[in-house]
Write a protein that binds this ligand. Structure first.
Ligand code: PEP
Ligand code: MN
Length: 338
């Protein structure tokens, strides 16, 4: 940490700042410039309570040297991490994984039929919601354990590992019984109690960015999970709220290269929720891949117009079939493979 003093700071004030640094058990290295003094704090930065120090007379600014997310930061590993989801590696590999499925599991026939189709076209993982976070309490809330059972049946028939959302820590034992990966949805990205609970799970966690959360907020939420001992976190950009209303959200593809440089964690993009309009999902999927996504999460439904949730943004298996070769071409162009 570096402390920058005000040009008007007196010698007595500088002495007090240095004395305070010593009280924290740290050393201070003083450099005198033409108008300011720079105090370099040497030692474990987290011993310092930054706010009281920043409020001391004579202090202009405090610049932390270390990132607040020490486990998630790229430097913590010095290379990208791969996370295994039911045997499929995501991140730090040449391959980009396609994660597909309907927004909600609606019946056994529905999920098995979609799973079979997307698997044939190259999907590596199946995703469907059994516990649904809906804006209205009157909307379809999911089939709960029945939905999990149907997902497990689809996995048994196709071999696709399954990802499903958990909304409440009390459901963890039951979701863990069926799932290969836990999804934390956008609305729960800062549910710190839930993050700590899934941080103690043996399953990997797909953490979606809160639609009003900054990139740093997302990384700090990942840090909650990592700090509880679960090293298997996948970050997911899924669109944020902006002033734009022509699309459901604004897919922030800036987040992809940024997250990959700031952290070692795999980065997934969900272009479906990001734009929210099915006609444009293929194009934004291509863009997500070009931006460096390690996996894409795409909602696919046999009959989008009859879907119990998010039908307006789901693509059909036929559209997905048409998209896959184009994704392959883009993957190749950016040095990846599908
Ligand atoms: C979903 O994946 O269907 C979902 C509800 O996602 P999000 O939390 O990003 O809205
Ligand atoms: Mn959805």
């Amino acid at each position: 940490m570096i402390i920058i003093t005000q040009p008007s700071a007196t010698e007595a004030q500088i002495d007090s700042i240095v004395a305070r640094v010593h009280e924290f058990g740290l050393d201070a290295q003083i450099s005198r410039g033409a108008s300011r003094v720079i105090i370099g704090v040497i030692g474990a930065e987290d011993l310092v309570r930054e706010k009281p120090l920043a409020a001391m007379p004579g202090v202009e600014a405090i610049v932390p040297v270390l990132k607040p997310y020490r486990l998630a930061s790229y430097d913590a590993r010095g290379k990208a991490s791969a996370v295994a989801v039911g045997g499929i590696m995501i991140g730090a590999t040449h391959d980009v994984a396609l994660i597909c499925g309907p927004c909600s599991v609606e019946s056994e026939d529905q999920i098995v039929s979609i799973a079979r189709k997307v698997k044939k076209m190259g999907a590596k993982l199946l995703r469907g919601g059994a516990f649904k976070p809906r804006t209205s309490p009157y909307s379809f809330q999911g089939l709960r354990e029945d939905g999990l059972r149907y997902l497990a049946e689809a996995r048994a028939q196709t071999g696709l590992p399954i990802i499903t959302e958990i909304m409440d820590a009390r459901d963890l034992p039951i979701v863990e019984r069926y799932a290969d990966c836990l999804q934390i949805g956008t609305r729960n990205m800062q549910n710190f109690t839930l993050l700590k609970e899934v941080g103690r799970s043996r399953l990997p966690v797909l953490l979606k960015r809160g639609f009003s959360a900054t990139i740093n907020d997302l990384i700090m939420s990942a840090e909650y999970i990592l700090s509880e001992g679960n090293p298997n976190v996948l970050l997911c950009e899924r669109g944020i709220r902006t002033f734009e209303t022509a699309t459901r959200y604004t897919l922030d593809l800036n987040a992809v290269p940024l997250l990959k440089s700031k952290t070692h964690l795999p980065v997934i993009v969900d272009p479906t929720h990001g734009i929210g309009l099915r006609d444009f999902v293929p194009r934004m999927s291509l863009a997500s891949l070009a931006a460096g996504a390690d996996a894409l999460l795409i909602e696919v439904h046999d009959s989008p117009d009859l879907a119990k949730s998010d039908g307006e943004q789901a693509i059909t298996p036929d559209t997905f079939a048409d998209l896959v070769p184009r994704l392959r071409a883009v993957a190749q162009a950016v040095g990846r493979a599908l």
